[in-house]
Design a protein around this ligand. Structure first.
Ligand code: DQA
Length: 363
């Protein structure tokens, strides 16, 4: 697989252009970093940057001959260029639109993307790391295609479904319930489970800043889970959540009851503690909109079915105490990884992930 990294106007100035917004990395460093990330995924890359709309259009046309997918930061052309939209649509090459900054929370005009309808996914507000997430999404998509199924009228109410057997894994991404983080973070986990024969639904849901927050977000996850279970006629459901998604997995398993299995990976399993500690810059407080954390606290409302609490002892985003608090007062299988961090769960070859899959496949 070969992926084109395309950067539009003013991105040649990366490193010196408003580093407080776009970070310290230069374009040359970014292109080298992108190639290294791609090599880890066994993908080759080619890079192109231009300040000229026509040159970008010409490169997109040429891409038909030499690449399988594109990662494109169109810069300010994002907000105006129907010609770039049409070029991407015309060549029919899967393209992820990337923005380094959080375009949804800057000037009003940056919220509008005329490119987005031609792209397969849009990533913003994750710094230059956004390019790495885009690569992962394109690789996941190419190795195991998914159907996108809406479960409500909002553009964030959908899940990506990979059909397999009647055992359904529902993946719930994290990101402290904030809208800059999306379902793509669990793409490679979805591909892995799908290869193992599971049906897999990777959920998107409304988050804080795009219509979500308690209790809307939880209701979305519940509705999506029921819709996915129906779509594959599931006879068993495992909810697997990462970080804030761990909290949602436990909450929704509690609501569904029965033998639903919940797996919380680096999860915010105690909302009372999260509020007390202002975890993630007050993320739980923002999610709850100031409401009492107790009704949203998995430690106080555990699911009746089997629970797996997986956590790294060196997690610096959601400390290990969030696993300890849950297992002190509730039955659960604790998978503690000495020295493990918050993100290794997202690598399908890492024992922090394979350990969970093995535990699930042996039950
Ligand atoms: C940008 C956001 C655009 O609004 C801006 O014009 C850019 C960079 C980003 O990466 O955040 O040039 O695409």
């Amino acid at each position: 697989m070969r992926i084109l990294l395309l950067n539009g106007p003013n991105l040649n100035l990366l490193g010196t252009r408003r580093p407080e917004v776009y970070g310290p990395m230069t374009l040359t460093e970014l292109e080298a970093q992108f190639a290294a990330w791609a090599a880890d995924l066994a993908v080759s890359t080619v890079a192109f940057q231009s300040n000229h709309e026509g040159a970008l259009i010409d490169r997109i046309h040429e891409a038909r001959a030499d690449v399988d997918a594109m990662v494109f930061n169109p810069g300010a052309f994002t907000h105006t260029s129907y010609a770039l939209h049409d070029a991407i649509e015309a060549v029919e090459i899967p393209t992820v639109e990337v923005h380094i900054s959080n375009v949804e929370e800057r000037e009003e005009w940056r919220r509008r993307s005329v490119i987005a309808p031609a792209a397969v996914h849009r990533i913003y507000g994750r710094g230059t790391d956004g390019y790495r997430w885009a690569l992962r999404h394109l690789v996941g998509r190419a190795s195991s295609p998914a159907e996108r199924i809406p479960y409500g009228p909002d553009s964030e109410q959908f899940f990506e479904l990979r059909r397999g057997g009647t055992r359904l894994a529902v993946l719930i991404h994290g990101g402290f319930w904030r809208h800059t983080w999306a379902f793509d973070t669990l793409d490679l986990n979805a591909v892995d489970l799908s290869r193992r024969g599971w049906s897999v639904a990777s959920l998107e849901y409304r988050r804080v800043g795009n219509g979500g927050g308690w209790p809307v977000t939880r209701a979305d996850v519940l509705t999506a889970t029921n819709a996915a279970a129906e779509a594959v006629a599931a006879d068993s459901i495992v909810l697997i959540g990462h970080s804030a998604g761990g909290q949602l997995a436990l909450e929704v398993a509690s609501e569904l009851g029965g033998e639903t299995i919940a797996v919380s990976m680096g999860g915010v399993n105690d909302m009372v503690l999260a509020v007390e500690q202002r975890l993630g810059d007050g993320a739980a407080i923002d999610y709850l909109g100031g409401a009492d954390p107790a009704p949203a606290c998995p430690t106080r409302h555990p699911p009746p079915g089997p629970v797996v609490i997986a956590h790294g002892t060196d997690d610096d985003r959601v400390p290990f105490a969030y696993a300890e608090r849950y297992v002190e007062s509730n039955p659960a299988r604790l998978l503690a990884t000495q020295g493990g961090d918050h993100f290794r769960f997202l690598d399908p070859d890492d024992p922090m992930w394979t350990g969970i899959v093995e535990a699930l496949e042996s039950t």
